[in-house]
Design a protein around this ligand. Structure first.
Ligand code: B16
Ligand code: MG
Length: 219
């Protein structure tokens, strides 16, 4: 195994609660009420695709021009940026800091495959940017998760073949992206109906020895 590619939200830190809060405020301002169950569908989904899903859910798909939709998405992002402004290294999920150190010491490359355009800002706030050998820019992708493009791009940026890499995800769309791109998939708390090569309940279970053991088994 030559590289591990991380998702951000739900794997490195829990920004889902802030995304939810910001989307809930925005949706409610245009007369749509969303709850936590609906929010599960937005995990790993790009900002604009999330807005489209909310509009569809509220039956308002055709009510806004592209310009208005861009403004709505921007409005949500401003709100979201305010909520994440106070993030610190204490917000790194359990086990992640240690796991990143283990990978670094073992000479295994580390990549980020997050749908979030705020990814680099969040890594900085968490003070873990230095661990990353590559970060995919989601603005340059043609298709978002569940399309394999984002994980395939991460491995290509490292000049590695997908089968030599592992990807870690918490969202259904994300794990589908890893599987289709041909990486070894690690699912953190993903529902039983989606396939993950190694299934764990919490990031605390992430260790290099555990990952290597399961990775070898698959090969
Ligand atoms: P932004 P991930 C995703 O992050 C979130 O899960 C998703 O809810 C969000 O809409 C998306 O990033 C885009 O985020 O608005 O900050 O560009 O799970 O792929 O790390
Ligand atoms: Mg995620």
């Amino acid at each position: 195994m030559k590289a591990v590619i991380f998702d951000l939200d739900g794997v490195i830190t829990d920004t889902a609660k802030y995304h939810f809060q910001a989307w809930k405020t925005l949706a409610s301002a245009i007369g749509i009420q969303i709850d936590e169950t609906f929010n599960e569908q937005l995990k790993g989904i790009s900002r604009m695709d999330s807005l489209e899903r909310i509009l569809k859910f509220g039956g308002r798909t055709t009510d806004f021009s592209n310009e208005e939709k861009n403004r709505l998405a921007e409005c949500k992002n401003e709100d979201y940026r305010k909520l994440i402004a106070s993030m610190t290294p204490d917000d790194v999920l359990p086990g992640i800091q240690k796991f990143l150190s283990e990978l670094k010491e073992a000479g295994i490359k580390i990549g980020l495959a997050s749908a979030s355009k705020n990814g680099p800002f969040i890594l900085d706030a968490l003070k873990i940017t230095h661990f990353f050998d590559t970060i995919v820019d989601p603005a340059k992708l043609k298709k978002g998760k569940p399309d394999p493009e984002i994980f395939a791009t991460a491995t290509a940026q490292l000049n590695l073949q997908p089968y030599n890499c592992a990807g870690i995800e918490d969202a259904v769309a994300g794990i589908q992206s890893i599987n289709e791109a041909g990486l070894f998939s690690v699912g953190v708390g993903v529902p039983d109906e989606v396939h993950a090569d190694w299934r764990i309940n919490s990031t605390e279970a992430l260790t290099l020895s555990g990952l290597k053991k399961h990775f070898k088994k698959k090969i």
